[in-house]
Design a binder for this molecule. Sequence first.
Ligand code: PCA
Length: 122
Amino acid sequence: MSTENLVFVYGTLKRGCSNHHFLTGQKFLGEARTRPGFRLYALGGFPGMIPLSIDRDGVKGEVWSVDAAALVRLDGLEGLNEGMYRRERIVLLAPFADREVETYIYARSVAGRRDLGSEWIE
Ligand code: PCA
């Protein structure tokens, strides 16, 4: 099976970060930025990205091509079943603007969380 799942990662899954080993054996396609309208918040050792209409900068991250088994492991890590994050389509800037890419959007409240702007650095 040759399904290609493109995933935009912006936090602990990035190269050099604590959960990057979940992407071992997967394919790095490049650094990327979302279109404006997204913001990162500090959740305690990891970030959460949410839509924020007033944002003008977008969020910086990386695009990876992951196989189906790795995607299942990522969904587990991000707590999809517990409602922590949800995996959704995201629109990136060039060169990924026309690609179908998904990301993990934080699904809980960020009230009181620190605004990290557009880039998370571990
Ligand atoms: N891991 C996922 C979502 C937030 C996090 O820390 C990521 O790197 O994109």
